[in-house]
Ligand binder design. Structure first.
Ligand code: ATP
Ligand code: MG
Length: 501
């Protein structure tokens, strides 16, 4: 308040109530819309004072961007999570720019519930951390803020730019053109160009609820088109994982790949083999375990991407015999899709076990044909197939052990006499083994009668179970002795340190 404000009160001879209202309005004016420049400046000065190395905060400019006002789009605050709104409002209140960006804006425009809400701002990670007591800074190379509300985490990133201005291309890129460095702060109009697809580069501005579109994302959204920002060939070379993302979004959203995108995937699919295995593990989980596994599998195969992710499986599929191997894979993916649709949990190890089962069997048979005994052949085949796969898509050790266990347990279904069935039923992973047996039956690799027996065995009472496991009750086709030899030895010879890690 200055002399003019005091003169205003004195000259107008205001009543006490009028003075109070005047003062209230005066205090309320810290809303950024009303005095954005003043309050923003104070907040920034306050927050940067302690840390002189923090660079100047960039304000929004929208050079060349289309701004779609609130009345021209369908994204409503009612669709946005309460926690994301809290973060956005707090940043705004403190004078920073704050936007929702990426998949959440894309999904909200389609009326879908976003998987998560990503916030982007001109506040630096340290500044974000000072604003939120429930904030954790993650990442070494490029720091991000996680604002934590119980199990809900809102990721808040600072605008980034591609780094061309300071780092030479030689230092930033591999010789294939893959990005190694991406860790420079920038403004919104730098940040936008490093995003992958036009539909993923829309910014929802909390200041006026508009959507800022630099790249024609709204038009592509309306046309249901997945289009890379910039030159498709360069963008895939910079980060080949974008090819997997293109397929994932095309399937999930029911969008079409832009011609450039489609052509360049075919040309660059092999570059995926240069991506670190750990990153591909996460991508594979998103590709196959989020409810669209079957279609994603078909599309990945169509574009030659599946063979880079799962070379051993592709080899088998290419020599498909009577549709059996492909059926096992498709059924496993369909099962996962159904479970996701029913909100049931899905696990990577079960899917990997199904995908790699046939390659493992084929390799074991090959080894036996070269004279190796059954036990050693199966054990070595499992190790080799898992080792190959771990190099490509990384599978954590506890999951490779679970895969081996599901495979090994298949032999136990053959034993239907005496106490073994009830012991097996009590095993913590019995259910997974049984589900796996069902997949084998559906694919024609195990007899239907075997599955029927085990289904019945689970549903009847104890006395009925005892009757079912009497020696005379067994079908003649059972040959437990031969199988028992393999199973016991396999267990003994299983090396806990394994060779696939
Ligand atoms: P969803 O979360 O629904 O799987 P998303 O698009 O939000 O989809 P995220 O991995 O959460 O995917 O990424 C958030 C945003 O970050 C993307 O929308 C995109 O703008 C950008 N982004 C993510 N990965 C890349 C990448 N590999 N290259 C360029 N931009 C990317
Ligand atoms: Mg996301």
């Amino acid at each position: 308040m200055n002399c003019n404000h005091i003169n205003h009160i004195v000259n107008k001879k205001l009543s006490v109530n009028a003075i109070l209202t005047f003062l209230k309005n005066f205090v309320d004016t810290d809303e950024p819309e009303r005095v954005p420049i003043r309050s923003a400046k104070i907040a920034r000065e306050k927050l940067t004072r302690k840390d002189p190395v923090i660079p100047r905060v960039v304000t929004e400019t929208y050079n060349g961007a289309a701004v779609v006002s609130r009345d021209q789009h369908t994204v409503s605050r009612k669709q946005i999570s309460e926690n994301a709104l809290k973060v956005l409002y707090k940043l705004k209140k403190e004078g920073f720019d704050a936007y929702l960006v990426g998949g959440c804006v894309r999904d909200l425009l389609l009326g879908r519930e976003p998987k998560d809400f990503d916030v982007v701002t001109n506040a630096l990670p340290e500044q974000i951390a000072r604003l939120f007591s429930n904030c954790r800074i993650i990442g070494k190379r490029f720091r991000l803020a996680h604002v934590i509300y119980g199990r809900d985490i809102i990721e808040v990133a600072t605008f980034r730019k591609s780094g061309g201005e300071t780092a030479s291309d030689a230092a930033r890129l591999t010789k294939e053109g893959r990005i190694l460095q991406d860790n420079l702060y920038g403004g919104i109009d730098d940040d936008v160009w490093r995003r992958d697809f036009t539909i993923n580069a829309l910014y929802y501005n909390i200041r006026d609820f508009s959507i800022v579109d630099y790249v024609g994302g709204i038009a592509d959204h309306k046309a249901s088109l997945i289009r890379l920002i910039g030159n498709a060939s360069e963008r895939f070379k910079e980060d080949p994982v974008r090819m997997l993302r293109a397929v994932r979004f095309a399937v999930k959203l029911g969008f079409k790949l832009h011609d450039d995108c489609e052509r360049e995937i075919a040309l660059n699919a092999h570059l995926l083999s240069g991506i670190p295995a750990a990153r591909l593990h996460d991508e594979v989980a998103k590709l196959f375990l989020t409810g669209y596994g079957v279609q994603t599998f078909e599309m990945l195969r169509h574009y030659g991407l599946f063979e880079v992710l799962f070379p051993a499986v592709e080899k088998i599929l290419a020599h498909e015999e009577a549709h059996f191997p492909k059926m096992m894979v498709i059924n496993a993916l369909q099962n996962s899709d159904n479970r996701v649709a029913e909100n049931k949990p899905v696990t990577t190890y079960f899917l990997f076990a199904a995908l790699l089962y046939e390659p493992m069997l084929q390799l074991a048979k090959q080894k036996m044909s070269h004279g190796l005994d059954e036990t050693t052949a199966y054990f070595q085949a499992a190790s080799e197939i898992l080792t190959q796969q771990v190099r490509r898509t990384m599978i954590p050790r506890h999951l490779t052990l679970a895969i081996r266990e599901v495979w090994n347990q298949q032999a136990k279904f053959e034993f239907r006499v005496g106490a073994k069935p009830s012991k097996f039923l009590a095993h913590p992973r019995f259910r997974a083994a049984y589900d796996f047996l069902m997949l084998r039956v559906q694919a024609g690799s195990a007899p239907t009668e075997l599955a029927e027996w085990w289904t019945k065995y689970q549903s009847v009472n104890d006395s009925e179970r005892r009757k079912m496991t009497q020696p005379q009750a067994q079908p003649k086709s059972d040959k437990p002795k031969k199988k028992r030899t393999y199973r016991k030895k396999a267990k003994k010879s299983e090396n806990p340190s394994g060779s696939e890690q």
